[in-house]
Design a protein around this ligand. Structure first.
Ligand code: CP
Length: 307
């Protein structure tokens, strides 16, 4: 079965093929004036979300419907599913499989939940974010955005900033960047929110250059890509944070002319809205790419396309 569980499961060849198919699907959708292209007609996707989401859940649902799939979706499953009565994730997944989905897209508050689900599921599981673990479909859409905006996935200096201790998107992106040549990562985090040692150990093992800093000005000047993230206030007591980073219009002066500013969204206050009109602010285009990447991933998971 083709599960999507963690960013490091994909190799460079797979990613390049996926990106080519993603571009084709975007072209097909644009040509069809928004009509369904029905390539996965007769298949059914369940999206089961135990944590809040706008982009991931809606873009998966939209991706499936563009492809002609049927969609069964639940949000806020921690409160409104039988998890609230004490049902285990394993029992929930076993039960859902009885209803004959072809794929289950799962967002969960616990790290490792997608892997646990995959271990007992009779259909593919797609990890749509597992606690502080990973968000592999986000990382794929992030790298696709970089490739589309800058024309390359190699030879990049990527500044990853914000709450790197709790942010799963930063972790997954670091894994993907390490698969390409001569990428360098600068991690920029307030004290206490630094990237995990598991990630830096992995980068060292892969020979990917990285450094850690809290000097925002120097970091922004050097970047080809600035990947900004919010403080994950739902995951820890953030009231004692001594420092947070905000990018405003005057910080954009520091960025190279051909650099891009990305953010997985939602944004809270770490990028001011005044930045949105700067052509280098790529975060809404980035969110748009998510649907096309997820269409290509659904095809792969359901074994309808590339190997
Ligand atoms: N980037 C992302 O995962 O957004 P949502 O939480 O809105 O799905």
């Amino acid at each position: 079965m083709r599960h999507v569980l963690e960013a490091q499961q994909f190799d460079r060849r797979f990613i390049e093929t996926l990106f080519a198919r993603t571009a084709e699907l975007e072209h097909l959708i644009d040509q069809k004036n928004g009509q369904q292209i029905r390539l996965l007609e007769g298949n059914m996707m369940f999206t089961i979300f135990y944590e809040p989401s706008t982009r991931t859940r809606v873009s998966f649902n939209a991706a499936a419907q563009h492809l002609g799939m049927q969609v069964v979706s639940t949000e806020n499953a921690r409160e409104f599913s039988s998890a609230a009565k004490g049902e285990t994730l394993e029992d929930t997944i076993k039960t859902l499989c009885q209803y004959r989905p072809d794929v289950i897209v799962l967002r969960h508050n616990e790290t490792g939940a997608a892997e646990r689900a995959a271990a007992i599921s009779s259909v593919p599981i797609i990890n749509a974010g597992d606690g502080m673990g990973q968000h592999p479909t986000q990382a794929l859409l992030d790298l696709y955005t970089i490739q589309k905006e800058l024309g390359r996935s190699d030879n990049l200096h990527v500044v990853i900033g914000g709450d790197l201790a709790h942010g799963r998107t930063a972790r997954s992106l670091a894994y993907l960047l390490a698969k390409f040549k001569a990428n360098q990562i600068t991690f920029l985090a307030p004290p206490g929110l630094e990237i995990g040692r598991d990630i830096t150990d992995h980068l060292t093992k892969q020979g990917t250059k990285f450094n850690e800093t809290s000097d925002i000005e120097s970091a922004l000047k050097l970047a080809d890509v600035v990947y900004w993230t919010r403080v994950q206030k739902e995951r820890f007591d953030s009231s004692k944070l001594a420092q947070t980073f905000v990018i405003d219009a005057k910080d954009m002066i520091l960025l190279k002319k051909d650099a891009i500013l990305m953010h997985p969204l939602p944004r809270v206050d770490e990028i001011t809205p005044a930045v949105d009109s700067d052509p280098r602010a790529a975060y809404f285009r980035q969110a748009g790419n998510g649907m096309f990447i997820r269409m290509a991933l659904l095809e792969w998971v359901l074994e309808k396309n590339h190997d």
